[in-house]
Write a protein of this length. Structure first.
Length: 91
């Protein structure tokens, strides 16, 4: 794999880590009673990932199951990024 492929694989890995951080921080912000640091980290993770998730969310809106809302856009972006990283890594 060339330098460009390695760089792209690294960028995709960092984006996957940002997606996982976003999911964890969303859950901790729901459960946390305070913490300015968690709010700032959550804001940063949203700023990094929302440019990719936002357009997908416009095409694939969240699904409501009772009182729970499932964000399918996040799931689709996560799976697509993992698959794309797998393809780039195999080149």
């Amino acid at each position: 794999m060339g330098i460009i492929g390695s760089l792209l694989g690294l960028v995709l890995l960092l984006f996957l880590i940002a997606l996982v951080a976003r999911a964890v921080l969303d859950w901790t912000s729901v459960l946390a009673t305070g913490g300015h640091g968690v709010a700032r980290a959550r804001e940063f993770s949203h700023r990094v990932t929302e440019p990719v998730i936002g357009p997908v969310r416009r095409v694939l809106p969240p699904v409501r199951i009772g009182s729970v809302q499932l964000d399918l856009a996040f799931t689709v972006v996560f799976i697509a990024t993992a698959l794309l990283r797998s393809v780039v890594s195999s080149l």
